[in-house]
Write a protein that binds this ligand. Structure first.
Ligand code: 5GP
Ligand code: 5GP
Ligand code: 5GP
Length: 210
């Protein structure tokens, strides 16, 4: 019997604001390919269950193979950049995401190329930075109401996102990650069956520059 990975109910498509990844006590390192654009970047596409649990590291037999996605590499360097230290070209980040999460959606996206393409296509569907800027919410270090940020994304996309905050070096809450839910095909946004568990955000949050 060929084992094609565990079942799951939907995906979280998670994007990160680079300014908020970097603007912390931990700091960050720009990729070896240069400073990324001042835009949301992909963090990952994570299979999840309706009960809030999630599978991980499902198939050690399909390790990340960069040669299978060589045609996507340039695009991934621009929209899925790594900010972790030490600097790298992204391969370590993508490999981690494939092995931890991608191997758990092999029932619907069997090939690494399908998995990464799905994430790249989702990124194109909702331009988060544009949506926020159209609502007057700019990455300039100002604070905005949490509700206005969540509301702008909800209205523009038609779906309620989950917002994750982190704290800058001075301890101010800021916009860090945006979670959107996606059907098991990896191509359509859906209403979230369950929201991630996590700390509340303050009622006003910073949107740092990058
Ligand atoms: P953290 O503890 O920083 O929130 O998350 C660490 C890692 O656990 C994430 O990068 C992700 O790989 C995984 N993770 C955290 N929360 C969730 C979740 O709700 N669903 C899934 N699928 N993965 C999660
Ligand atoms: P997760 O397990 O939460 O899906 O992914 C987090 C892992 O990816 C951590 O080991 C982290 O060091 C690594 N990583 C590499 N680049 C990045 C990045 O730009 N953002 C985040 N959040 N994690 C990164
Ligand atoms: P409610 O369902 O009443 O909107 O929110 C329930 C709790 O979850 C409240 O503590 C609220 O602050 C928190 N919450 C609601 N939406 C989000 C979100 O997108 N991100 C985070 N971090 N907390 C949220």
């Amino acid at each position: 019997v060929l084992c094609v990975g565990q079942d799951f109910d939907f995906f979280y498509f998670v994007q990160q604001w680079p300014g908020s990844y970097c603007d912390t006590k931990q700091s960050c390192c720009y990729p070896s390919t240069g400073k990324p654009a001042a835009d949301f970047g992909i963090h990952g596409l994570w299979p999840n269950n309706r009960d809030g649990s999630y599978p991980s590291n499902c198939n050690p037999n399909t390790p990340f193979d960069p040669s299978k996605i060589s045609d996507l590499k340039r695009t991934m360097q621009s929209v899925w950049p790594t900010l972790a230290c030490p600097s790298g070209d992204g391969t370590t980040f993508w490999s981690h995401e494939w092995e931890k999460h991608g191997t758990c959606s092999e029932s619907t996206l069997p090939r690494q190329h399908d998995y990464f393409s799905a994430a790249l296509n989702l990124k194109k569907k909702v331009d988060l930075l544009n949506v926020l800027q159209n609502a007057g919410i700019e990455p300039n270090g100002n604070s905005y109401s949490f509700n206005s940020i969540k509301g702008a994304i909800s209205e523009a996309s038609g779906f309620t996102p989950w917002i994750e905050c982190n704290v800058d070096e001075s301890g101010n809450g800021q916009l860090y990650q945006v979670y959107m839910c996606v059907d098991t095909s990896g191509s359509n946004f859906i209403d979230c069956p369950v929201f991630p568990k996590g700390r509340r955000c303050p009622s006003d949050i910073e949107f740092p520059s990058f």
